[in-house]
Write a protein that binds this ligand. Structure first.
Ligand code: PGA
Length: 256
């Protein structure tokens, strides 16, 4: 159906892992393994590894992303990094609104929206994370929660700018828990997000949008999840820290 309209993208979210030497070693192992990938491959590394990752991936098709950015260009925001700073050093992608940022660092739908705006203005591409908590799922409000997160984050984003956005559906209860959403659950919510986007823009815009699934995706379950009509890739935490595991997921997305 419409799946072939979209590019599959596998992004590694290293979170707060790997010092510079470890990052260099992991990339040295990984890059030859994903050379033939038939999908987009991104590594989202800690700020302190960005330079190392840029250097290691130069001349390859693997892109580098950061895991957050601030909404102001500069100023008195101790501990923050602006989207401009990332763009200026050659970074292409930034994860925004990850549930760990929402949970531990007071990120709200509104600040997520401001960060998305800043990232787009700086010329970055965005991996926008949305997802419900376990209690929200149990209350039966997954659709409302994810729909609202999507709408607020995309407020003021034009159809043209939407092409620079990937949405990652990450149910909070599946992140780092080993408890993966079933492929049917992942597909259902990804489809719902696509319908929300179709309502905000057009069906054609929604059909062209890459919507990833994230949450305990691994070498074993990737093929089944990625085979779903509305699952166009993955945002990978734990399994992105091991080159063979991450490669197996990239291969599954490449149909290998
Ligand atoms: P996980 O993390 O694959 O370790 O569950 C996914 C994420 O948080 O992006």
């Amino acid at each position: 159906m419409n799946k072939n309209l979209r590019r599959a993208v596998i992004a590694g979210n290293w979170k707060m892992n790997k010092n510079r030497a470890e990052a260099k070693a992991l990339l040295a192992e990984l890059l030859p393994m994903v050379k033939e990938a038939d999908c987009g491959v991104i590594v989202c590394v800690p700020f302190t590894d960005l330079e190392t990752a840029l250097e290691a991936t130069r001349g390859t098709s693997v892109a580098v992303g950061a895991q957050n950015c601030h909404w102001e260009k500069s100023g008195a925001f101790t501990g923050e990094i602006s989207a401009q700073m990332l763009a200026e050093m050659g970074i292409q992608y930034v994860i925004i609104g990850h549930s760990e940022r929402r949970q531990y660092f007071g990120e709200t739908d509104e600040t997520v929206g401001r960060r998305v705006r800043a990232a787009l203005d700086a010329g970055l591409q965005v991996i926008l994370c949305v997802g419900e908590t376990l209690s929200q799922r149990e209350q039966g409000i997954t659709g409302e929660v994810v729909g609202l997160q999507t709408k607020v984050a995309l407020q003021g984003v034009s159809a043209e700018e939407l092409q620079k956005i990937i949405i990652a559906y990450e149910p909070v209860w599946a992140i780092g828990t080993g408890r993966t959403a079933t492929s049917a659950q992942a597909n259902e919510v990804n489809h719902l997000i696509r319908e929300v986007v179709a309502g905000l823009y057009s069906k054609a815009d929604a059909d062209a949008l890459t919507i990833q699934y994230g949450g305990s995706m691994n070498a074993k379950n990737a093929a089944e999840l990625l085979g779903q009509e509305d699952v166009d890739g993955g945002l990978i935490g734990g399994a992105s820290l091991k080159a063979p595991d991450f490669t197996a997921i990239v291969n599954a997305a490449s149909g290998k």
